[in-house]
Design a protein around this ligand. Structure first.
Ligand SMILES: Cc1ncc(C[n+]2csc(CCOP(=O)(O)OP(=O)(O)O)c2C)c(N)n1
Length: 350
């Protein structure tokens, strides 16, 4: 059994341990994701944005980053967070808006971030994180920091003003930024064919004179290679890249969406046959670096990990409602003080 594989694009050797890590992180993401949907259906969390089908795009790109790089994610980023090393408890604390949540339960569920992981909490308006990623990259360039920034967004996001402003600014100032577009085929109910008349999303990069790369987003090794190349180019002064990872949103847009209203189930079945996890699992078995026993052990251990994390997270209390007024201003204003006092009095009455 060879203990390396060759990255075809780069002619570089990838250790087998790394290949297994790709697979295990994709599997953990899938396990977590389906459990999060179940929790929402059972009323134990309010809302969730699933990433089923997009694990290769998320995990492959996130693993290409260095810890010192900065991530500007969107709301569909559980796989990015898991690959980045965010603890499941931390993700669940965010989804449950508990006192252990980094944003103190104040962000919409599925909007994760962590200063320790150089990951900025996203806002819901699409692609607002792109100019932020460019600004942070420009600051790094001015300071001489050897880092890159990466922004995640979907195909629909390419129709926003912020997408175009960010690409233009990044190109003119040659910032070390990677724009990572998950083309999952849909913007809620709108298919990508109605989103744009261009032959691809990657081609939009040429309008700004930057490189556009279209990659099979269901091939974790290809995503990893494309993202690594773009990051290395960015860090070495080569400027920004737009990556279009072509994948498929297997599930609903969010737990508030019912895709059967606008999408043919035969299409979904066809795309399930291109499942990035099954595909990479087959590859690993063919290479004899993953066995059926590894598979059942991994599935059992991940199921247990998620179950235990949920049990722990559900014990975290909610934040004290009085903390609502904290962090709004450095010094609380008179009117907020008055409202806080009124609330405290109201609570005292119960
Ligand atoms: C500026 C803006 N316009 C519209 C919305 C409403 N909205 C939320 S998600 C979404 C679809 C986004 O689709 P896409 O960019 O393809 O990403 P995906 O959700 O498929 O990952 C829309 C239109 C929004 N959040 N922000």
């Amino acid at each position: 059994m060879a203990n390396i594989a060759v990255d075809q694009e780069r002619g570089e050797e990838i250790p087998i341990s790394q290949l297994r890590r790709f697979y295990e992180l994709m599997l953990l993401t899938r396990t977590f994701d389906s459990q999060a949907v179940n929790l929402q259906r059972q009323g134990r969390i309010g809302f969730y944005v699933p990433c089923e089908g997009e694990e290769a795009a998320e995990v492959g790109s996130a693993l290409a980053l260095r810890p010192s790089d900065w991530i500007f994610p969107d709301y569909r980023a559980s796989g990015v967070m898991i690959a980045r090393g965010m603890a499941l408890d931390t993700i669940l604390a965010q989804l449950m808006a508990s006192s252990q949540d980094i944003s103190k339960g104040r962000s919409m569920p599925s909007h994760y971030g962590s200063r320790a992981l150089n990951t900025v909490i996203p806002s819901s308006p699409l692609c607002t994180q792109l100019p932020h990623a460019v600004g942070a990259a420009l600051a790094a360039k001015i300071r001489g920091d050897d880092i890159a920034t990466i922004a995640y967004f979907g195909d629909g996001g390419t129709s926003t003003n912020d997408f175009h402003s960010a690409l233009n600014f990044a190109a003119v100032f040659k910032t070390p930024t990677v724009f990572f577009c998950r083309n999952n085929g849909y913007a809620i109910s709108l298919p990508v064919t109605q989103q744009t008349a261009t032959e691809s999303l990657a081609i939009k990069a040429s309008a700004y004179n930057i490189e556009g790369v279209r990659v099979d987003g269901n091939d974790v090794m290809a995503v990893y290679a494309a993202t690594r190349m773009a990051l290395e180019k960015a860090r070495s002064g080569g400027g920004p890249t737009l990556i279009e990872a072509v994948t498929y949103r297997m599930g609903a847009h969010s737990t508030s969406d019912d895709p059967t209203r606008y999408r043919d189930s035969r299409e979904v079945e066809l795309m399930r046959s291109k499942d990035p996890i099954a595909r990479f699992g087959d590859y690993l078995r063919e290479r004899r670096v993953w066995t059926d026993e590894d598979e059942s052990d991994a599935r059992q251990s991940m199921h247990d990990q998620v179950k235990e994390a949920v049990a722990r997270a559900e014990k975290f209390p909610h934040p004290d409602v009085r903390s609502l007024f904290d962090d709004v201003y450095a010094e609380q204003t008179w009117n907020l003080r008055a409202e806080a006092d009124e609330l405290a009095e109201e609570i005292g009455g119960y």
